[in-house]
Design a protein around this ligand. Structure first.
Ligand SMILES: Cc1cc2nc3c(=O)[nH]c(=O)nc-3n(C[C@H](O)[C@H](O)[C@H](O)COP(=O)(O)OP(=O)(O)OC[C@H]3O[C@@H](n4cnc5c(N)ncnc54)[C@H](O)[C@@H]3O)c2cc1C
Length: 559
C-alpha cells in the first residue's frame, strides 16, 4: 500500500476553531435502514444528528427490492432453521452468537415497524405474505409493494424519525472525516467534519459517532448500488485508526438487467424464488445439474456459474425466463421491475430478460463487536459499513435489511455508554489539519474513477487470481500517488480518494486470503484452506492483518 494511504489523516486542511460548530449527543453518518434505526434508539438518550450525503431517499436501503428475512412466529425450530441457513451460506466464518441474536431479534423489530405503519404485502387471508429466496429452506421474506420493500421501509422509518423532536436529519451533508482528540490509539472519536453545499464546512461534535454509510459497491464498474456508494465511512474510519475486516468478501448479485449503455438495475432474487429459470441463448437451464437447488443456489454459486457459462459459450450474458408464470402474475408481483423492463420494450410474459452479475453487497467493513463497538472509543458502526460477522464469507439473501434493523437498534441503544464515560465533560479540541500543497500535476477525476472501477471489475470480481490482483495493487498505488496528495473542495474528489483507499483494502485482503471461500473465489487457490478459516483485520500502519479465528457456535450448529 502506498505510504500516502497510511499517512493521510484528514482529507482537507482545516482549523477547527475557525469553523462553525454544532453539538449533539450522537452523530450518525448515514440515513439508510441502519442509520435511521440507530437514530431512533439513540434518541432515547439525547440529541441525534443523522447525515445523508444525498437526500434520504437515495440509499441502497431505498433501492432494496426482495425484502426482509424474518421469522415472525415464536417457533424455536423456525428460528433455528434461519440460523442454520445463514451459517450454512456463510461458509465457516459466521459468528454464530451474532447470527442467533440477529435472527431472534427480527420479530420485535418487525412488530414495531407494523406499529409504525409499515405496509407489508399480505395474502388473501390478510396475513403477511412470505417469499422465498436463494439459500432459504423456508419462505420467510417479508416484502412491500411487491418489489419495493426498501422504498416503503425508508418511508416508514423516515416518517417516524421526522416525528421525533430529538432527531435532526441533515440531507446533502457530506462527512469528510472523523474527529479525534489526538492520533493516539485510545483517543476518542468526537464527531465529524462535514461539508454542505449551502453552509460549507462545519464541525459536528458528539459523544458518540455511528458510521452507517453502507458499502463500497461503487468501486466496481458493474454494480447494483446507487452512485454514491463509495465506501466513505469505511475510509474515514480507517484513516482515524479503526480496524477494518474481511474486505475480500464482496458479494456479487447474479441477476442485473443487462442492456448495453443503460444503468445496471437489479432483478431481485425473488423472481427466481417465484420460479423463473436461468437460461442461455439456446434455452438451456445451465443451473440444473450445477447445484441441487438449481436457480435457488446461494448467490456466489449462481454468479460463478453464470461467469463460467458465458466464458464457455462465448456469450456476453444469460437470461431469466419467466414466460411460464401465470398471465399477469409478473406485473402484479414485481410491478417496479415490470415497469423498468417496459422502458426497454421487454415484456417478461413473452420475452427473455437479459442479465449478468454485478457487485452488490460489502460483507467486510469496519470491525465491530456484537454491540457495534469499534476499537476506537466513541466510534460505532452498523449496517453494511460494519463487519459484524453475521454473514461470514457469504450473505444469505434479505439478511441485510434485517441486520440494519436489529444491529442498528442495538448500536443506537448501547452508544449511551460513551456519554456516561465522558460524563458530559469533554470540550471541543483545537484540531488542526495541515496538508502540504501537491507538487504533482492536475488530474482528470472521472478518468481515475472509471479506470479504477474497470480494473476492480475485471480482476477483483467474481473469479480472482494472485498475479493480476498484485498488478491491480500497483495500479491503485500509482493512482493513489497523484490523487491522495491533492486537496479537493467538493465531494467528487473526496469520494475518489475514499474509493482508492477502500479498493486498496479490498485488494490487500483478497491477496492475503490464499484460498477460495464463500464469495471470494481464486483460480490459483480454488479450495477453502483451514489456515484461512479466520477473519483478517487490518489497521492503518500495519503491513499484515491480525488474524482472528471464527467464533465457535454456542448453539451447536456446525460452522
Ligand atoms: C438494488 C439493491 C437491492 C437490494 N435488495 C435487498 C433486499 O431485498 N433485502 C436485503 O436485505 N438487502 C437488499 N439489498 C442490500 C441492502 O439494501 C443494503 O445492504 C442495506 O440497505 C444497507 O443499509 P445501510 O443502512 O447500511 O446503508 P445504505 O442504505 O447504503 O445507506 C447509506 C447512507 O449513508 C450515507 N452516506 C454515505 N457516505 C456518506 C458521507 N460521506 N457523508 C454523509 N452520508 C453518507 C448515504 O447518503 C446513505 O444515507 C439491496 C441492495 C441494493 C443495492
Amino acid at each position: 500500500m502506498h505510504a500516502l494511504f497510511e499517512e493521510r489523516r484528514y482529507l482537507i486542511p482545516f482549523r477547527a476553531s475557525l469553523l462553525p460548530q454544532i453539538f449533539c449527543d450522537t452523530l450518525i453518518v448515514g440515513s439508510g435502514v441502519a442509520g435511521l434505526r440507530a437514530a431512533i434508539a439513540a434518541s432515547a438518550h439525547g440529541e441525534v444528528i443523522v447525515l445523508a450525503k444525498a437526500d434520504i431517499k437515495r440509499s441502497s436501503t431505498a433501492w432494496a427490492q426482495g425484502g426482509i428475512a424474518a421469522v415472525l412466529g415464536t417457533s424455536e425450530a423456525a428460528v433455528r432453521m434461519h440460523v442454520e441457513d445463514t451459517i450454512e451460506t456463510g461458509c465457516g466464518l459466521c459468528d454464530a452468537g451474532v447470527v442467533q441474536s440477529t435472527v431472534a431479534g427480527a420479530r420485535p423489530r418487525i412488530e414495531e415497524l407494523r406499529n409504525w405503519g409499515m405496509r407489508f404485502d399480505v395474502n388473501e387471508e390478510g396475513e403477511i405474505s412470505l417469499g422465498r429466496e436463494g439459500g432459504h429452506r423456508e419462505s420467510r421474506i417479508l416484502h412491500s409493494d411487491g418489489d419495493a420493500t426498501g422504498r416503503e421501509l425508508v418511508r416508514c422509518l423516515g416518517q417516524h424519525v421526522q416525528k421525533n423532536s430529538a432527531i435532526r436529519v441533515f440531507e446533502n451533508c457530506f462527512a469528510l472525516d472523523l474527529l479525534t482528540v489526538s492520533d493516539g490509539d485510545n483517543s476518542p472519536v468526537v464527531g465529524a467534519i462535514t461539508h454542505h453545499p449551502k453552509y460549507g464546512l462545519q464541525m459536528i461534535w458528539a459523544w458518540s459517532t455511528i458510521i452507517a454509510t453502507g458499502g463500497v459497491g461503487g468501486v466496481y464498474r458493474e454494480t447494483t448500488n446507487p452512485a454514491g456508494t463509495t465506501g466513505d465511512g469505511i475510509a474515514m474510519a480507517y484513516r482515524a485508526g479503526a480496524a477494518v475486516a474481511d474486505m475480500a468478501f464482496m458479494q456479487f448479485h447474479p441477476t442485473t438487467l443487462y442492456i448495453a449503455g443503460a444503468e445496471r438495475s437489479l432483478i431481485t432474487e425473488a423472481v427466481r424464488g417465484e420460479g423463473a429459470h436461468l437460461v442461455d441463448r439456446r434455452g438451456e437451464r445451465f443451473m440444473v445439474g450445477a447445484h441441487p437447488m438449481a436457480e435457488l443456489a446461494p448467490r456466489d454459486i449462481v454468479s460463478r456459474a453464470i461467469i463460467e457459462h458465458v466464458a464457455e459459450t462465448g456469450d456476453s450474458h444469460v437470461f431469466l425466463d419467466a414466460r411460464h408464470f401465470n398471465p399477469g402474475f409478473f406485473a402484479q408481483r414485481f410491478p417496479g421491475i415490470a415497469a423498468q423492463l417496459a422502458r426497454f420494450d421487454i415484456d417478461p410474459e413473452h420475452d427473455l430478460i437479459p442479465v449478468q452479475p454485478s457487485a452488490h453487497y460489502t460483507i467486510g467493513g469496519i470491525n465491530v463487536d456484537e454491540f457495534g463497538r469499534t476499537n476506537r472509543p466513541g466510534l460505532y458502526a452498523c449496517g453494511e459499513a460494519a463487519c459484524s460477522r453475521l454473514h461470514g464469507a457469504n450473505r444469505l439473501a434479505s439478511n441485510s435489511l434485517l441486520e440494519g434493523l436489529v444491529r442498528g437498534e442495538i448500536t443506537g441503544r448501547i452508544c449511551e455508554e460513551q456519554h456516561e464515560a465522558v460524563n458530559g465533560g469533554r470540550p471541543p479540541k483545537r484540531i488542526i489539519s495541515n496538508i502540504p500543497v501537491s507538487e504533482h500535476g492536475g488530474l482528470d477525476l472521472t478518468d481515475v474513477r472509471s479506470s479504477l472501477r474497470s480494473v476492480m471489475w475485471r480482476h477483483l470480481g467474481i473469479i480472482r487470481n494472485g498475479q493480476t490482483m498484485a498488478d491491480v495493487r500497483e495500479m491503485i498505488d500509482f493512482w493513489g500517488r497523484y490523487t491522495l496528495d491533492k486537496i479537493f473542495d467538493e465531494p467528487m474528489g473526496w469520494e475518489t480518494q475514499n474509493m482508492l483507499l477502500v479498493a486498496s483494502l479490498v485488494c490487500n485482503s483478497a491477496l492475503w486470503r490464499e484460498e477460495s471461500r464463500g464469495v471470494h473465489s481464486r483460480r490459483d487457490f480454488p479450495e477453502p484452506r483451514e489456515a484461512f478459516r479466520a477473519h483478517d483485520v487490518w489497521r492503518k500502519g500495519q503491513a499484515e492483518p491480525t488474524r482472528t479465528v471464527a467464533a465457535s457456535d454456542p448453539t451447536g450448529v456446525p460452522v
